[in-house]
Design a protein around this ligand. Structure first.
Ligand SMILES: [Zn+2]
Length: 1142
């Protein structure tokens, strides 16, 4: 059939093809000479003859030729026939023939078969059948022939394909087709399997409409289908009817797309039944195909339950300062519109992460070149910019010390840490005091900061674990608290940094005391206080255990089936501290999260070693749960504990692709291993049955489940989504850095950009090289250095961004010659944490105003988004003084992709990607320099994941606004994975803080590529030599993850959609034996019926060889001959010379 593709498909050609596909005899006879005509193709002639319905023999011949023609090759032929009116012709012929007084089934049966095959590929078959008046007729044929299995099967297939149209399916429903068909589905038998399966398939097709589902549910068919499934499953011991069992599951899937259907399934014990049957299928080869659809069905029908919370709103709420015009009140709680009947719980996932790929991606591109080019007017009057001159201290600094013979560096740039913080605060209050007058009162902590009680216990030598617990149970007195505070002091003094570079525990404590939080934290999380070192060695992404999700879902379902086995004890509640103190529950884990960046809201023990965890929503709103950080203690060593975070929101997660959470053990740290480590087995992420506590009934949650086996008894451990990096960590880090630099070489200033909503100073750091001398030339060079502006952590949950920034900051302050050269070439203006409030209060995405700050850049509100307002103001200021930054980069974390990559802005690439005309557009390609360099330098970096398109949905992000409004050509978002790399030397490894920090260093290296002609101590050649270039970049071409091995969603049924090839096979099987009289045969040995086929979802192209006319097969050539003659005599229309394919 290789000649199909040619464009000159003639009647001659058709015949030749038929001939080559038939036994190779009498070839020459079958090549008649054709009269030429340009008006119709061969198919059209056949169709025209078919509708005229001549004598039976010629009609059968036409059908046979059509079937031969269509069953070879691909579906394209069928579509061609459909385009030529094939469906209508078949319907007309079928109607005519069925309406005759005594229908001839020798003709009608093949007609129905071909109609089903063609109709399956014709999306409009339902409407066409209605127009041809064929719908009721086919149903009445079925009624008349319910005792004739083969005729009934043929009718059922045709009815099934009609249902591709909802209105036709509804029409059939009104004609009680559901009842007629349902009655054909009988309990287990070995006979007429074909017909039974055709009936189940037709029923499933009918159930595609709400009305039909409603009707089926109200008639109790759900219970009936369940009983049938049970019956077939228990009696089909030879597994010959797997296709029927699969088809029954499909029916159940269809019927449970409605709330009523799901309720009915549950009410009739469907979940228990499915669970039992599925357990018996698990270990039988061949029955595997039934497991996934059953699991999906159980998940889908698992009754929705609300999260056990009083309110969806975050525990951390505050009244926002009033401002005329824009006061986004905290999200109102929608009152539960009880059960919004029907309708799938699908909701759109519109508010996806920054820079995530959106589904209708191309629609999102800005295609208007004028909009892309135009520069909006500034969002504020120029007189407001003068205040930012203070943020360029390097321009006014006199460098007196350079002349003095004995410089005293301490005086000029170092001050004691506490003073620095104090002066920073004063600095900030000078900035705009009026903004903060209306600030809600924040509980400042005064001077106490201690470790959690359970942590403290670990330091007290002699007590046995039991005594410790008793102590904890006791009401904590002031003395005890004081004791713990003193202990922190002692620890801090005794081990200031203890081998952890750039970490000082005293400074950390001092910074933490000053950080203002909504709840007024006064407990330090041990890891942040003590410090972290990257663990030695690599941390590979663990391979996913096969079927792990299935196992977890079974465990979830058991909760429903055996509610008595569920403990369901709240062991931690952020809002109600009492349960955690309950000493009766001493055999449960203890949880705690009331510390900086912590955000566990509630923990419930569900089984002996299993806990459901609920994360706190972002402050002042009721969503954005993803980040987590909490303390866990009272564990028994070497026991696997299962943790389920049950209110995750994203539709997928890198946890399905090799990512692990991180764990920090206090005992390990005290033994000299202060490491955050990737931990957890049996990790998977899937949609669960929970919905919001109140309000949005349709909300959807996902479970992240992982199992942790702790090494030590009675340890205190911390678990987090990613390596934590708190605001206090930043503050203390900056103080350490400040003290570490040589002030005669490095100009380092920490200032306060502004105060946040809750009154925390947002630091801005200036780093550059001091001028060599006070000479005019040096000072001039110093003051004319271009700026590079770097920002990070606008999204609090993206702690990876902070680790990258930590790498950048340490490198820029270091003795490294490249760093020195960069300092001499540029002035770095760094805002390392754009959202301190969010970081402190453990939010994932938003600021305290409940808004995503990286969507506020177009017109930031000075009161509600002060850091963005002033960051943008500062950029405006630079721009207005002719110091537009050479590079702007905002560091982020990406939760759905691997590697590190940049997003930039290019008009040309945006227009090109959207298919718009880029004709003649000139654009500076300089935006590609940094990514290209990073591709050579940084092993974690993936050039192919970079993107330079300007999306409308990102028009208010830092990257786009700084590019468009400030005019920075090289304006980027740098995205670092939470997981690891799938290319380069880190392929298959999860990233740790070492790699993240290194990325921050490599980003600095790449800035060498944008240096202007700046005199330097080092030649470029030497610098490049200095940089480690031995990394060979391995571009990865696959950005997105492959489909998940197990379905994350439960709305998909796990059954591959009914395929045309399968329908064809079924139909062909109906004719494998020629004689109508044999239709009551035992079907077990039915040749054409392949019970496993459908479920395996394999394609059976080759099985398509037609058996429509078994009695004619083998006589092809005679048929053709006859046909040829008839055609000549009855029609006379020549058929050659017409293009078969246009
Ligand atoms: Zn982000």
């Amino acid at each position: 059939m290789s000649g199909y593709g040619r464009s000159n498909f003639t009647w001659n050609g058709t015949l030749r093809e038929l001939q080559t596909s038939s036994p190779a005899s009498c070839k020459e006879r079958a090549r008649p000479a054709m009269a030429a005509s340009a008006s119709s193709s061969g198919v059209e002639v056949l169709l025209s003859n078919l509708q005229n319905l001549g004598d039976i023999e010629s009609t059968l011949n036409i059908l046979n030729v059509l079937d031969e023609l269509l069953s070879a090759g691909t579906d394209r032929r069928i579509h061609y026939m459909i385009s030529k009116g094939g469906s209508e012709a078949l319907l007309t012929a079928m109607v005519k023939s069925a309406r005759s007084f005594n229908p001839n089934y020798t003709l009608l049966l093949p007609l129905l078969h071909l109609l089903a095959k063609v109709g399956y590929r014709d999306r409009r078959i339902g409407m066409k059948a209605q127009n041809a008046d064929a719908v009721r007729l086919t149903l009445s044929l079925l009624r008349q022939n319910s005792k004739h299995p083969r005729r009934a099967a043929a009718c059922l297939w045709v009815l099934q394909v009609y249902c591709s149209s909802v209105s036709t399916a509804n029409l059939l429903g009104e004609c009680r087709a559901i009842d007629v068909i349902y009655r054909l589905i009988c309990p287990y038998t070995t006979k007429t399997l074909h017909t039974i399966k055709a009936a189940i398939d037709a029923l499933a097709a009918l159930l595609c409409t709400k009305a039909n589902v409603h009707s089926a549910v109200s008639k109790g068919y759900v219970a009936g289908l369940l009983r049938l499934y049970e019956d077939w499953s228990s009696k089909d011991t030879e597994h010959v009817a797997i296709a029927i069992r699969c088809a029954l599951l499909r029916c159940l899937h269809e019927v449970t797309n409605s709330t009523a259907g799901r309720h009915a399934l549950v009410a009739h014990g469907g979940i228990g039944l499915l669970y039992e049957v599925t357990q018996t299928c698990l270990f039988t080869k061949g029955l595997e195909s039934l497991v996934d659809p059953s699991v999906q069905l159980m998940r889908k029908c698992y009754p929705k339950s609300t999260l056990p919370l009083k309110s969806d709103l975050s525990v951390y709420c505050l009244e926002l300062p009033r401002q005329p015009g824009s006061v986004p009140a905290p999200e109102p709680e929608l009152n539960g519109e009880e059960d919004s009947e029907e309708e799938d719980d699908e909701e759109d996932d519109s508010n996806e992460s920054e820079e995530a790929d959106s589904k209708d991606y191309d629609d999102d591109l800005e295609t208007d070149p004028d909009k892309l080019r135009s520069r909006p007017a500034p969002d504020r009057p120029p007189e407001l910019l003068a205040q930012y001159s203070r943020l360029r201290p390097e321009l006014t600094y006199e460098f007196q010390e350079l002349d003095s013979s004995s410089s005293e560096p301490e005086d000029c740039s170092s001050s004691s840490s506490d003073e620095e913080v104090q002066s920073s605060a004063e600095d900030a209050s000078r900035l705009k005091p009026s903004d903060f007058n209306s600030c809600p009162t924040f509980r400042t902590k005064g001077r106490d900061a201690s470790l959690s009680p359970r942590c403290a216990v670990l330091f007290r030598g002699n007590h046995g674990p039991r005594e410790q617990r008793e102590e904890e149970g006791a009401e904590e007195g002031a003395e005890e608290a004081q004791r713990r505070r003193t202990m922190v002091d002692t620890l801090a003094e005794r081990h200031i940094g203890a081998g952890i570079p750039h970490h000082d525990r005293r400074l950390y404590r001092a910074a933490a005391v000053l950080a203002k939080s909504i709840p007024g934290f006064n407990i330090l999380a041990f890891p942040d206080f003590w410090g972290h070192l990257p663990p030695p060695g690599n941390e590979p992404m663990p391979p996913r255990k096969p079927k792990v999700q299935r196992q977890k879902v079974f465990e979830d379902i058991q909760r429903l089936l055996n509610p008595d086995d569920v403990i369901n004890e709240v062991v931690f509640d952020l809002e109600d501290p009492s349960p955690q103190c309950s000493s009766e529950r001493s055999n449960s884990l203890k949880f705690f999260s009331k510390f900086e960046s912590g955000n566990l809201r509630k923990a419930t023990q569900v089984r002996r070693n299993e806990y459901d965890l609920i994360l706190n929503a972002d402050a002042n709103c009721s969503q954005h749960t993803q980040w987590f950080y909490f303390e866990v203690s009272n564990m028994v060593a070497n026991v696997p504990y299962r943790f389920n975070v049950i209110n995750c929101e994203k539709t997928n997660s890198q946890f399905n692709y090799g990512m692990q959470p991180v764990l920090y053990s206090v005992r390990e740290a005290l033994e000299g291993r202060p490491h955050w480590k990737r931990t957890g087995t049996e990790i998977c992420y899937y949609r669960n049955h929970f919905c919001a506590a109140r309000g949005k009934k349709r909300s959807t949650f996902y479970t992240l489940t992982f199992t942790v086996t702790f090494r030590h008894n009675d340890d205190v451990c911390y678990l987090a989504y990613h390596y934590p990096y708190t605001y206090s960590a930043l503050q203390s880090h900056l103080m350490v850095l400040h003290r570490s630099v040589d002030p005669s070489k490095v100009f380092f200033r920490q200032q306060v950009l502004c105060q946040t909503l809750s009154g925390n100073p947002c630091p801005l750091v200036t780093i550059t090289a001091c001028p060599a001398t006070r000479g005019m030339r040096d000072l001039h060079q110093f003051r004319s250095r271009p700026c590079i502006v770097l920002t990070a952590r606008v999204h609090p949950g993206e702690s990876n961004a902070s680790w990258v920034m930590k790498g950048t900051l340490e490198f820029l302050c270091s003795d490294d010659p490249v760093a020195q050269s960069l300092r001499e070439a540029f002035v770095f203006k760094i805002i390392p944490m754009l959202n301190p409030d969010g970081v402190i209060n453990g939010t994932h995405r938003c600021s305290l105003s409940g808004e995503d700050l990286n969507r506020q850049w177009c017109k930031p509100d000075p009161v509600l988004s002060p850091t963005i307002y002033h960051a943008k103001g500062f950029l405006y200021y630079l721009n207005s003084t002719g110091s537009t930054p050479l590079v702007f980069c905002d560091y982020h974390g990406h939760s759905r992709k691997k590697n590190v990559f940049l997003y930039g802005c290019s008009i040309k690439e945006t227009l090109w990607q959207s298919g718009s005309d880029t004709g003649g557009l000139k654009e500076d390609p300089g935006y590609r320099t940094i990514p290209k360099t990073l591709d050579r330098l940084a092993p974690a970096f993936s050039f192919n994941s970079c993107n330079y398109q300007v999306e409308k949905s990102r028009s208010a992000t830092a990257r786009v606004v700084v590019w468009r409004e400030i005019g920075v050509l090289r304006s980027y978002t740098m995205e670092s994975t939470y997981n690891g790399c799938d290319q380069g030397i880190y392929k298959g490894l999860q990233t740790g803080t070492r790699e993240l920090q290194d990325m921050g260093v490599k980003f600095c290296h790449s800035l060498l590529s944008v240096r202007r002609n700046v005199p330097s101590l080092y030649s470029s050649r030497r610098l490049v030599d200095h940089i480690d270039l031995d990394h060979n970049s391995h571009n990865c071409f696959e950005d997105d993850e492959p489909p998940c091995v197990e379905e994350i969603e439960y709305s998909t049924d796990g059954l591959s959609k009914l395929k045309g090839s399968d329908l064809d096979s079924d139909i062909n099987g109906n004719t494998s034996s020629g004689d109508e009289q044999e239709e009551e045969e035992e079907v077990v040995v039915h040749k054409g019926f392949n019970p496993i086929r459908r479920c395996e979802g394999q394609s059976h192209q080759s099985s398509l060889r037609s058996r429509l006319f078994p009695h004619l097969i083998g006589h092809d050539l005679e048929v053709i001959e006859v046909l040829h003659m008839k055609r000549n005599s009855c029609n006379g229309v020549g058929i050659t010379g017409r293009q078969y394919l246009s």
